[in-house]
Design a protein around this ligand. Sequence first.
Ligand SMILES: [Mg+2]
Length: 335
Amino acid sequence: MNVEPFSLPLSSPLETAAATIDSREGFLVQVDVDGVTGLGEATPLPGWTESLVDCETALRSVEDPAAALDSGQLDETPAARHGVSLAVLDARARASEQPLYRYLGGEAQVDRVPVNATVGDGPAEATAAAAESAVDAGFRAVKVKVGARAPDEDLRRLEAVRERCPDVELRADANGAWDRSTAEQLLSRFAALDVAFVEQPLPAADLAGHAALRETVGVGVALDEGVVEHGLDAVLEAGAADVVVCKPMALGGVDAARGVAMRARDAGVEPVVTTTVDGAVARAAAVHLAASVPDVRACGLATGDRLAADLREGVATVRAGSAVIPHGKGNIPPS
Ligand SMILES: [Mg+2]
């Protein structure tokens, strides 16, 4: 197995719960499975996965990639597991002459998946203008980051978006910023704006609070951080989500994330797939994963423009609100 480090500059700094970062660093993983080469990507994001150092240690400890996956040796290092499992899946999909999304179990033939635009924090007017330009570019779903400002300001921001974009599917992501009473008041107001769902209105720890919110407000509740922290079973048992966000890098690979997505779907909870602002190899794999989920809702896969340089150009590009599935066998065409 070959492990090669990379560093990709971001086009603007990315704020995470753990730190503000200006590049995405990770490893390309190349494997040989029965004479067929497969390529994977491990791009840890502290706060969501293991650290870069722990990722590299885990990758360099792998002797037999398939055996490492089977033994569970990478289960505590989700980004490393993502890199190795994607490389093995890519090789196996190539050997079976299928695109990755079909090899993962996708039954319908598709060539693109719907994606949402993401609008960051900003004043109401700038937020509405950004949403409007996304709609003009063909996006039918827009996710607005909230929770950084006072609640009444976030309400004004979403009112401004709804006024300018009457038909768009509107979502918000609070990244766990509110307490129960703030969330209850705000989500009740969001219902009047026909907000489809709010991601992580409460801190990830508070599954019971999310379950209670679902009972009282007319807006869907999505869990993102909460799925990674508690696992899907606990989320389903608590009745805490209408929607679950599946991040392959944080969940330990596209195979593991597909398991989460399909089990959620079977339980009546809608999955959406998003990246952790990964390089083109992992982003393309996330597009394949989304394509393997029947009738998937708009996913958070329009993240390639967050990178100022990429592992590969022209892969999993977004056109008119859809991400294009790479052609051919495996994940992406060989370079
Ligand atoms: Mg989120």
